[in-house]
Design a protein around this ligand. Structure first.
Ligand SMILES: [Fe+2]
Length: 575
């Protein structure tokens, strides 16, 4: 039984295909279209997951999408009635609804197939149920508390409940316009980071500041006695004017969410690319602490009410790795699973498993151990791409290429590492990565100057052998998806300065031999040479979506000042 899940009309359009409960492929549209976070309808991603399985749309038993326009209709109507939104807001909502249309119609239209020829059943899964399913049903747990937090989807900004084997029981939710995601995005915009997905920059900036404006933030986000939250809407415009979001064939864009009242309180917004002052750092720090207070309130309520020891976390706010790393040490939860595509892309995966388990009652057999669910390229097509680009290369054996790359990294070179299936979710996890030596304090500047061109304050992340994690970090709970920040042990900070953030933390990836053998071997080889079984791992790209095909890897390699490239079993060197 084939089930196709889709995320469309939210950022990170994506497709996921499962067969009899086994995850076959999952991929974001941006990797094919080369437009970051592309929303719209993921035609290329759908084509890929079908081709990879060798099937056509006619083989699908079910097709689902992580949005349900009919969900919460009464709440939406009541809200509209009370608030009397502007005519513009109504018009833009109506326009959006019309453009999106009925799933089956759009699906057939965009893929060029006759609706009458399909046997698949079509499903609209409420947005946060899709998020929740994306975390719980591929987690290791038979029972768990589940929490989804994001900006907004189907009029909801947070939803939680309990997963029990094949079922999810939704207990409660927080409705629009109260939203921690919108709060975080609004302050991020005010800080001069206007692009979709820029929230990670604010999170990186926060540790430089002191949360001296926390009291002001507590006026804006008000934690309720029941552990939920409300926004003081005077500081925002989304409730009155609607969230303006464009999603055509371009990067999604969200209009300003903060109001004149916010500007009155915090001053003029920072103009993008101008100086970042200590004031901006302090506002970022205050916002991060506020978010954590609100999330802790909700997570602790969930622990108390459910009595569960495992937590599954999803939604865009679950990409806040700084908070995620604090959950196990500071709450009663003892286990945690965060799906790598925690943002909206992940709803495609959630939809598949929601249909398979919750709706169809099929048994649980699959567990997500790795995020390598995207396109892969065999040695012949890699060599063809190299020849086409007129690049000279050596072909090495499996062990040789690992040793060569490790040697070059240990010598201070920056090495592109392109292997196997592309990662699902926003992080490169050792298959589409750029690898460098974490022991060199100047490596961050080198990477930024030569390749990544990112803001200087943003940290780079470490990949560490699972078995060495406890030696380097203050927690050793596995995190193969690089979605939690742990403290770097004080005595190790000087050893790996390039991946230790200003507050002594690192957003690590733990690497296990059985789940990522080639990447594990690379880090192990680097450790044998240097005594440090840790590498710096940054995504293989330069202000673009992570590279997908060999051609894109080569383009990025040739236009930046990367020193070498290990692509499949080919080794390319500039020097
Ligand atoms: Fe979402």
């Amino acid at each position: 039984m084939y089930i196709l899940g889709i995320n469309a009309y939210h950022g990170g359009a994506s497709a996921c295909l499962i067969k009899d409960g086994r995850l076959l492929s999952a991929v974001e549209e941006e990797r094919f279209s080369r437009i970051k976070y592309q929303a719209g309808f993921p035609v290329r991603a759908i084509r890929y997951v079908l081709e990879e399985a060798g099937i056509t749309p006619h083989d699908l038993a079910h097709v689902g999408i992580g949005r349900n326009p009919t969900a919460n209709l009464l709440k939406k109507a009541l809200f509209a009635f009370r608030r009397r939104p502007s005519l513009n807001a109504i018009r833009s909502r109506l326009g959006a609804a019309l453009e999106i249309g009925d799933l089956k119609t759009v699906f057939c239209d965009r893929l060029g197939i006759d609706p009458n020829s399909l046997r698949a059943q079509f499903h609209n899964v409420e947005h946060h149920r899709a998020h929740m399913a994306s975390a719980f049903f591929v987690s290791p747990y038979r029972r768990a508390a589940i929490l989804s937090i994001d900006g907004m989807g189907d009029f909801v900004s947070a939803m939680w409940g309990v997963g029990d084997d094949r079922k999810m029981d939704v207990q409660s939710e927080v409705n629009f316009p109260h939203s921690l995601g919108i709060y975080y995005t609004a302050v991020t915009q005010w800080l001069g980071f206007p692009k979709y997905g820029d929230e990670g920059k604010t999170m990186g900036l926060a540790p430089y500041g002191t949360p001296r404006y926390l009291d002001r933030m507590r006026k804006i986000v008000r934690i309720q006695k029941d552990g939920t939250y409300e926004l003081d809407l005077d500081y925002f415009v989304h409730h009155a004017e609607g969230v303006t979001m464009t999603w055509a064939e371009s990067e999604p864009f969200i209009g300003d969410l903060y109001s004149p009242r916010f500007v009155q309180e915090f001053g003029a917004p920072r103009v993008p690319r101008t100086e970042i002052t200590s004031y901006h750092e302090d506002v970022a720090a205050s916002m991060q602490v506020m978010l954590e207070e609100a999330e802790f309130a909700l997570v602790r309520r969930l622990a108390r009410e459910t009595g569960e020891k495992a937590l599954c976390l999803a939604g865009g706010v679950a990409l806040n790795s700084a908070f995620n790393g604090k959950i196990l040490p500071q709450t009663d939860f003892e286990d945690i699973f965060v799906q790598p595509a925690a943002g909206d892309a992940g709803t495609a995966l959630g939809v598949c498993y929601y249909i398979y388990h919750h709706l169809l009652g099929q048994p649980r057999t699959f567990q997500m151990h790795d995020a390598y669910t995207g396109p892969q390229f065999d040695q012949a097509s890699i060599e063809a791409a190299l020849k086409e680009a007129n690049v000279s290369y050596e072909t090495l054996g499996d062990e040789e290429i690992i040793q060569r790359a490790a040697e070059r990294v240990a010598n201070g070179d920056v090495v592109g590492w392109f292997q196997g299936r592309m990662e699902w979710g926003p992080r490169a996890l050792g298959n589409r990565s750029i690898i460098a030596d974490p022991r060199r304090a100047d490596m961050k500047e080198i990477l930024n100057a030569r390749i990544k061109h990112r803001e200087a304050f943003r940290p780079f992340a470490p990949s560490v052998l699972m078995e060495a994690t406890a030696d380097y970090f203050d927690q050793s709970y596995p995190d193969p998806f690089m979605i939690k920040v742990y403290g770097v042990r004080p005595e190790k900070r000087a050893e790996i300065p390039a991946v230790t953030h200003v507050d002594g933390t690192g957003r690590l990836q733990t690497v296990q031999k059985e789940h990522a053998p080639r990447y594990w071997s690379l880090i192990h080889a680097f450790g044998e040479r240097t005594g440090t079984p840790v590498v710096l791992n940054t995504s293989f790209n330069d202000n673009e979506p992570i590279v997908c095909r060999p051609q894109e890897a080569l383009d990025c390699f040739l236009r930046t000042r990367m020193d070498a490239l290990a692509i499949g079993n080919c080794f390319v060197s500039k020097a």
